[in-house]
Design a protein around this ligand. Structure first.
Ligand SMILES: Nc1ncnc2c1ncn2[C@@H]1O[C@H](COP(=O)(O)OP(=O)(O)OP(=O)(O)O)[C@@H](O)[C@H]1O
Length: 567
């Protein structure tokens, strides 16, 4: 086992213990031990039963001294005892299975929550360079594979305990025959290991291909409108067909190698068993009362070894998923921003400032901002303009507390926004994007997103301020109208005004409007301008973009083309 494999195996087992809890694991362990002991006792009873079947005088082997009293028992009672033990064991096995399944689900839930929470809490600058579709595929799809790791670990433990108990039982019946049988089993095991030696990285390859497929589906469906307008569906479909074929092939390769190993295992095991019976019965004249129970135990060990092999195979197949999720959690945690501790956020009453800020994105040679100063009086409307890529959104992100500069300070009324304060400040900021986010729920649910607990009157006030009340009231279901996926049941302008209403519901100190009128016609743009004019003085408004109609409203225009260094 390589150091890396050992590390991830230990990590997976530690996670298993965390998810299960020591108490639950002890309970499962007791159940597994009872189940194995019951099976051992049931098999021991085979000795006197075989004795009865073989007739008077049949020897009981090494256990004769202890089992002699049983030999006088009626065979009906012996058989009934075996049946009773089998039923009892079946109940225990059911309880173990239930506990294993539950543990798998708990592990899936835990890793899902851990990963999602870590990603949600990561710094925006790191997140913005990441693939959301790939993270989504991991959190949803790969997490399921992690759950089965828990089940497999417990299955191996169950099989191993049962195997040890059965081997001990066989030794008690005849240590010589058991030793020879185990030697034969050892030969089978070595053959299997050799056969499986060229297996696998296929589990990993399948995981990669599967994730690529999931990403393609998510991206393709999400951007279908753009793809359709650009006539890209055919190429998307043929690319997807290639990926789906690659997934099928890698999965097939993986399962084929496993099945071949399985067939070889069965064949070699059968050959060894035949040889063993021949030698024991015809060469050494072993009594049936010894041979039958030992052979039954050996036969029982075959599915156990097979079960262990199956679980180890699934473990090998699924462990890369755990590596991937742990890697993502570690990365996200390394970029974690300070948590909001719930204390009051800074309040903007006088001035919002940038003092000597510098900002450079990873992988970019030149900074977007270098020793940049800006001062904005509270309650003003400020237009940020400049050519594309000059840094308008980056500036808004710094002022809104989404990212922090590499050097320099952002200050609210003289208080420098650091770590926790920056995160808390975001509670006083609202942001309306060029393409606003709306989810497939009602208008009311969309307005209350991230800020529940508003009554209809508050929602209507916000809609009114965003010049959206009249079109919402004209809908038969009003606030309860569903907006459709990404708000597709409304026009671009209507979506924009719904997003503006949601922003105003927060009653922000700083309202950032990113090209908000880009999708609006003249009448709607005028309505939004009216809203901004009405808001003047009640909050500070940052307008990103060049729309002349909006620039007119500005008290201050910041032209980044003349300030910032183009990257
Ligand atoms: N996450 C990121 N990683 C690397 N570079 C980035 C990232 N975000 C922005 N940039 C780069 O920083 C520069 C400024 O980007 P920004 O989005 O702030 O410009 P902008 O003026 O808002 O552009 P536009 O008007 O086109 O939206 C650009 O060169 C952009 O490529």
């Amino acid at each position: 086992m390589s150091a890396e494999t050992r590390r991830t195996t230990v990590a997976a087992l530690r996670q298993l213990v965390d998810a299960a809890g020591v108490g639950r694991l002890t309970w499962i362990g007791i159940l597994m031990a009872v189940s194995s002991l019951t099976e051992g006792i049931g098999l021991l009873l085979l000795v006197p039963i075989t004795g009865v079947i073989a007739g008077e005088g049949a020897g009981l082997g090494e256990l004769g001294r202890y089992l002699a009293p049983l030999q006088g028992m009626p065979v009906e009672l012996l058989l009934a005892s075996v049946v009773g033990l089998v039923v009892f064991r079946a109940v225990i096995v059911y309880l173990v299975l239930e506990a294993k399944t539950q543990l798998g689900f708990t592990m899936t839930r835990n890793i899902r929550i851990d990963t999602y929470t870590a990603v949600l809490g990561a710094e925006w600058r790191w997140l913005s360079g990441q693939s959301s579709a790939s993270h989504a595929a991991r959190i949803v799809g790969e997490a399921d594979r992690v759950g089965s790791l828990g089940e497999d670990a417990l299955s191996v433990a169950t099989w191993a305990i049962t195997g040890v108990v059965l081997i001990a039982t066989a030794f008690a019946i005849s240590w010589q025959l058991t030793a020879v049988s185990l030697f034969a089993a050892g030969v089978v095991a070595i053959a299997v290991v050799l056969l499986r030696a060229r297996k696998l990285r296929e589990g990993e390859r399948y995981g990669e291909a599967y994730q690529a497929m999931q990403e393609q589906v998510t991206n393709g469906l999400f951007h279908l409108r753009a793809a359709r307008i650009g006539g890209a569906e055919v190429s998307l479909a043929s690319r997807f067909a290639r990926t789906a074929r690659a997934v099928e092939e890698s999965e097939l390769r993986f399962h084929r190698s496993v099945s071949l190993a399985h067939v070889a295992f069965q064949a070699i095991a059968a050959a060894m068993l035949g040889a063993l019976i021949y030698v024991a019965l015809l060469r050494f004249h072993t009594p049936l009362t010894v041979l039958v129970p030992v052979l039954v135990i050996m036969a029982r060990l075959v599915p156990i070894a097979s079960g262990i092999q199956h679980s180890v195979r699934r473990w090998t197949f699924n462990r890369p998923a755990l590596d991937a999720l742990h890697g993502l959690v570690a990365q996200a945690r390394a970029h974690q921003e300070h948590a909001d501790d719930g204390s009051p956020p800074p309040v903007l009453r006088e001035r919002l400032e940038l003092r000597g800020v510098s900002l450079r994105y990873p992988g970019r040679q030149r900074p977007v901002f270098d020793d940049f100063d800006l001062s904005i009086a509270a309650g003003c409307v400020v237009a940020i303009c400049g050519p594309s890529g000059v840094g308008k959104s980056s500036l808004a992100d710094m002022l809104g507390g989404l990212i922090s500069p590499d050097a320099g300070e952002v200050a609210i009324d003289g208080e420098v926004l650091r770590d926790g304060a920056r995160v808390r400040w975001r509670r006083r900021v609202a942001y309306v994007e060029q393409v606003p986010y709306l989810f497939d729920g009602t208008i009311a649910e969309n307005l209350c997103w991230g800020l529940p607990g508003h009554d209809d009157a508050a929602l209507e006030r916000a809609l009114d301020r965003a010049a959206a009340l009249s079109f919402v009231q004209a809908l038969p279901l009003g606030l309860q109208t569903r907006v459709g996926e990404a708000g597709r049941q409304f026009s671009g302008g209507e979506r924009q005004r719904l997003a503006l209403a949601r922003a105003l519901l927060r009653e922000p100190d700083l309202l950032i409007l990113d090209e908000v009128t880009a999708a609006l016609d003249g009448a709607n743009e005028n309505a939004v301008r009216g809203t901004i004019r009405a808001l003047k003085g009640s909050c500070t408004i940052l307008i990103l973009g060049h729309r002349a109609g909006l620039l007119e409203l500005a008290d201050q225009i910041v032209d980044l083309g003349t300030h910032a260094t183009a990257p």
